[in-house]
Design a protein around this ligand. Structure first.
Ligand code: TIU
Length: 222
């Protein structure tokens, strides 16, 4: 068992029942010309966590603990994109529009791909999700059951949108969730800080938070 010096108190992870879930580390959120930028965001903050996310992924691979990747994306015919999502706000490019990296947030387009540095290895689970949470309209829940996972470590973007939504969904389903605080990022530093604080408040009401070093120290001890 792997004791992690998390907040608000240590958590013991069972590497045989743990998975790393890397949320939406896609070009669309990290590079100019993608979905994140189309919403008016400065995407440069996202690229800065890539080396840390990579270290986390490689540590889990080395420890033989499964790594799951998610991607927020839609079918080319947009049949899984609610009009309310596509029409929200006044983005420079809407979901499905042609941008400099192909059609925004559409499965298979260059801009929708996971960043090269964090590319899934053959055999790793990749969950394509139409929502912010990874459980909605996907096979994520079944994949976790198949793996026998009960504890989930989270990384990726953005902290208060897809990461927090998925952690809340997982928490409600009985999973123990740990957020790698330096392997997640938001376009809004104050939202990242608030999400981390609210996740671990009230005795880990949504889950735990820990640094990548703390998590890997626990996992690697095994
Ligand atoms: N806009 C924003 O902060 N995030 C998203 O739209 N999706 C994810 O968080 N992946």
């Amino acid at each position: 068992m792997a004791k992690v010096d998390a907040l608000p108190f240590p958590i013991v992870l069972d590497p045989k029942a743990t998975a790393l879930v890397v949320i939406d580390m896609q070009r669309d959120f990290a590079e100019p010309g993608g979905f994140g930028a189309s919403l008016g965001n400065d995407v440069s903050r996202i690229g800065a966590i890539v080396p840390t996310v990579k270290r986390l992924i490689e540590g889990f691979r080395a420890a033989g603990v499964p790594v799951i990747h998610t991607m927020e994306c839609h079918r080319p015919d947009l049949s899984d994109c609610p009009p309310a999502k596509r029409n929200r706000g006044a983005p420079a490019l809407r979901i499905g529009d042609k941008g400099p990296m192909g059609r925004v947030l559409i499965a298979g387009e260059p801009g929708t791909a996971i960043l090269d540095a964090l590319a899934p290895l053959p055999g790793e689970i990749v969950v394509e999700k139409p929502g912010k949470g990874a459980f909605y309209a996907t096979t994520f829940g079944e994949e976790l059951k198949r793996l026998g996972a009960r504890q989930l470590v989270f990384a990726g973007v953005t902290t208060e949108v897809c990461v927090q939504t998925t952690m809340r969904e997982a928490n409600d389903r009985g999973y123990e969730c740990v957020l790698a605080e330096d392997a997640t990022e938001s376009y809004f530093p104050e939202f990242k800080a608030a999400a981390i604080a609210m996740i671990r408040a009230q005795g880990a009401i949504v889950g735990w938070t820990a640094t990548t070093d703390q998590i890997l120290a626990g996992i690697a001890r095994e």
